[in-house]
Design a protein around this ligand. Sequence first.
Ligand SMILES: [Zn+2]
Length: 62
Amino acid sequence: MIAPRPFKYKCPKCGYSKIIKPKSDVINPVGMSSVCPKCKIQMGSVELNILEEAITQLSLWK
Ligand SMILES: [Zn+2]
């Protein structure tokens, strides 16, 4: 079983970011809103850094 890797959306304009956990939060990440709530522009998906990934792993235990 392969768990989808978490990632985050990051706004290139203001730096707003939102972590997406495909396994526990949504089945289809494409359906998630990836528009910055401030700028109303499309955010890009980026890899999590090590710290963020650790936090994500911990939260999966709940
Ligand atoms: Zn923004």
